[in-house]
Write a new protein. Structure first.
Length: 160
């Protein structure tokens, strides 16, 4: 079942790289007490993800935070080391948290997987964005397969 507005985010362990090393944090803790703009995408280093989706959020992170977002996070079905390297190449720095969902646990629990095995990519995340306020999904925008627009940073800014 796909997550919907009003649901709590699934309970899984999220991982990302900090200057101190790898941080493994329960999702309840990551989303607790703040408003998070999370966008998810099929894969690091893929075409639309690298040319439009991630760069849009890097460019607009300050504007999102000015509209009440505490944390901007990018999630993909890649490991946290790949996400960290990809974020560094795109200047994510302290603007975004680059979350690795290498085993697709969060994505599966969200009900937002897409089967890309025929393309040699395995199970991936659908492209989407959401606002999570203190662990509760308050906005969710899932892209139709192969499209890009409703989950963009620009679209999120317009809706805030």
């Amino acid at each position: 079942m796909t997550i919907k507005i009003g649901d709590k985010v699934p309970s899984v362990t999220l991982r990302y790289v900090t200057p101190e090393g790898v941080k493994a944090v329960p999702s309840e803790e990551f989303f607790a007490g703040k408003k998070v703009a999370l966008f998810a995408l099929p894969g690091a280093y893929t075409r639309t993800c690298s040319s439009r989706h991630l760069p849009g959020y890097v460019t607009n992170s300050a504007a999102l935070k000015a509209k009440g977002i505490d944390t901007v996070a990018c999630l993909s079905a890649n490991d946290h080391f790949v996400m960290n390297a990809w974020g560094q190449e795109h200047g994510a720095g302290d603007k975004l948290v680059m979350l690795g969902d290498g085993s697709c646990e969060f994505t599966e629990a969200m009900g937002l997987t897409v089967d890309r095995r025929e393309a040699g990519m395995g199970m991936r995340s659908q492209r989407y964005s959401m606002i999570v306020d203190n662990g509760i999904v308050t906005a969710l925008h899932v892209e139709p397969s192969g499209e890009y627009g409703v989950s963009s940073a620009e679209a999120m800014l317009e809706r805030l």
